[in-house]
Design a protein around this ligand. Structure first.
Ligand SMILES: Nc1ncnc2c1ncn2[C@@H]1O[C@H](COP(=O)(O)OP(=O)(O)OP(=O)(O)O)[C@@H](O)[C@H]1O
Ligand SMILES: [Mg+2]
Length: 405
C-alpha cells in the first residue's frame, strides 16, 4: 500500500519536500492554514489547519493513519511534529526535545547544564532586571524573545540608552512574561546542519552564511559549502554540536544551528530540530551528492538513512531579492533556460505580472540561485547573470540593485 506522509507547511520551503515525496511515490497530506501557498497544488490531500494546533493535526494524522510526519526550514511546526511522533509512535524528535529547542530559555538552561559553550545569559522579566543583567554582561548585549524565530524580537543593544526600547521590543514579540539578555559575542557566524541518529551526530555539515543587511536586521540570505577552517576548529565545532544535541535531547531528526567561531573558540547560539532554510537542503544535496529531502523523508518514515562523504565541489546558493516593492514586468526565460542547461539552479517564486515586496526578511525572497563555484566572485558573476534576466517595474534587477545599494 502507498505510504502516507504528512508535511507541515505549504510554503516555498516545503515545496521541494512535497515534490520529493511525490517522486518517491508517497501519498502526501499537506497541512497549513488557508492562504495563497504553492504547496497546496502539489499535495494529494490538503488539511486546512494551523500547523501549531497539535491536537487537531494529530486527529487528522490518526484519521489518515499516516506513516510519517515532517517539515523543513521552519521552527513553527516543530512542536507539533514532536507531539504527533510521540503519540503515534512515529519516527522523529520527542515532545520534550521539541519543547526545549523552541524555547530559548529552556535551551540555554539545557546548554548550561551540559557545559555547551554558549553566550552567557540572564532571564529578564522587567526593565530593572534588564539593567542588572547589563551590569553583569556588559555592553554590547543582545535582548531576545525566547519563543520566536526569524530574528523577530532580537535586538543588539550598544549602550544603556537603548536598553529600554530593546526590552519593550523583545517583550512585544514574546508570548511569555520574560525575555533573555545575552552577552554579545563579536565573531564570525556560520551555520551547522546535521542529522542525529541514536543520539549521535552522524552527519555534520558546517557552512558559511551570507547575511543580507536589511533595514531592521541582518537576514540570512544564502549559504556556501564547504566552510573552510583548521582541523582543530572543525573538531571543536563538532564537539560543541554533539553537546548541544545531548543537552536538548534531539534525536531521530535533522538539526540546524547558528554558531559563532573565533579561532579555536566556538559558541552555539541556538540549535533547531529541523533543516535550515535559504537553500541549505539544496546545497547539502549538491555538495554531498544525494537528496537531503529524501533523507528527511526516509527518516520520518522510520527507514534506514545513510550519509556519504562530500563530492568536494564547492557550491553556493543565494536568495533572489527585490530592493523595491513592485511588479515583475519581464522574465528572459530563454536566457534563464540557457543558464539552467549549464547546471545552474534558478528557482523563481513569481511570474510576470505578480507583485513582489522589497526584502525585509527571508520570506520576501523572489527566488534563488544555486551553482557550483570555487570563489565568491565566480558565484557573483553567475548571480548577476540571473539577475539580468528579471525585470521589476520595467528595470533590470541587477541595475535596480546597483541604484539602491
Ligand atoms: N549572543 C549573541 N552574540 C552575537 N550575535 C548574536 C547573539 N545572539 C544572536 N545574535 C545574532 O542574531 C541572530 C538571530 O539570533 P537568534 O538565532 O537567537 O534568533 P532567531 O529569532 O532564532 O533568528 P533566526 O531564526 O534568524 O535564526 C543570530 O543569527 C546572530 O546573528
Ligand atoms: Mg537563529
Amino acid at each position: 500500500m502507498m505510504k502516507k506522509l504528512m508535511i507541515l507547511g505549504a510554503g516555498i520551503y516545503q515545496v521541494p519536500l512535497i515534490q520529493q515525496a511525490k517522486k518517491m511515490g508517497l501519498y502526501t497530506i499537506v497541512v497549513s492554514y488557508p492562504g495563497d501557498y504553492p504547496g497546496f497544488a502539489l499535495a494529494d490531500q490538503v488539511c486546512l489547519l494551523d500547523t501549531r494546533d497539535q491536537e487537531r493535526v494529530m486527529e487528522a494524522a490518526q484519521k489518515e493513519k499516516i506513516d510519517g510526519i515532517c517539515t523543513s526550514g521552519t521552527d513553527v511546526a516543530v512542536r507539533t511534529i514532536g507531539y504527533v511522533c510521540e503519540h503515534m509512535g512515529l519516527h522523529g524528535l520527542s515532545c520534550e526535545a521539541a519543547r526545549c529547542v523552541t524555547d530559548k530559555l529552556l535551551m540555554k538552561e539545557a546548554f548550561a547544564r551540559h557545559d555547551v559553550s554558549t553566550p552567557q545569559f540572564v532571564k529578564v522579566a522587567d526593565l530593572d532586571q534588564a539593567r542588572q543583567a547589563a551590569l553583569r554582561l556588559g555592553y554590547p548585549l543582545v535582548v531576545k524573545a525566547v519563543d520566536s524565530s526569524g530574528s523577530r524580537g532580537v535586538v543588539i543593544v550598544q549602550e544603556p540608552g537603548q536598553l529600554g526600547a530593546a526590552f519593550s521590543e523583545a517583550m512585544q514579540v514574546s508570548q511569555k512574561g520574560y525575555v533573555l539578555a545575552e552577552e554579545y559575542i563579536q565573531a564570525e557566524e556560520i551555520g551547522v546542519d546535521g542529522f542525529v541518529k541514536e543520539g549521535r551526530l552522524v552527519f555534520f555539515a558546517p557552512h558559511e552564511k551570507y547575511l543580507f543587511r536589511a533595514a531592521q536586521a541582518a537576514v540570512p540570505a544564502g549559504h556556501s559549502f564547504p566552510y573552510l577552517c583548521a582541523d582543530g576548529q572543525l573538531e571543536e565545532i563538532r564537539r560543541q554540536m554533539q553537546r548541544a544535541v545531548d543537552a536538548t535531547g534531539l534525536d531521530g531528526c535533522p538539526v540546524n544551528a547558528d554558531v559563532l567561531v573565533d579561532k579555536e573558540k566556538v559558541w552555539i547560539i541556538e540549535i533547531g530540530g529541523r533543516t535550515g532554510a535559504t537553500c541549505i537542503p539544496e546545497l547539502i544535496s549538491l555538495y554531498y551528492g544525494s537528496s537531503f529531502y529524501e533523507k528527511m523523508i526516509l527518516n520520518a518514515l522510520g527507514e534506514e538513512v545513510q550519509f556519504g562523504g562530500s563530492s568536494g565541489v564547492p557550491c553556493k546558493g543565494r536568495l533572489l531579492m527585490s530592493p523595491v516593492d513592485g511588479t515583475i514586468t519581464r522574465i528572459a526565460e530563454e536566457k534563464l533556460d540557457g543558464l539552467r542547461r549549464q547546471g545552474i539552479e534558478v528557482v523563481l517564486d513569481f511570474s510576470v505580472g505578480q507583485r513582489v515586496q522589497a526584502m525585509k526578511n527571508g520570506t520576501d525572497r523572489i527566488g534563488h540561485v544555486i551553482a557550483r563555484a570555487e570563489t565568491e566572485d565566480e558565484f557573483l558573476a553567475i548571480y548577476r547573470q540571473v539577475q539580468s534576466c528579471i525585470w521589476i517595474n520595467g528595470e533590470e534587477l541587477s541595475q535596480l540593485e546597483d541604484g539602491k545599494g
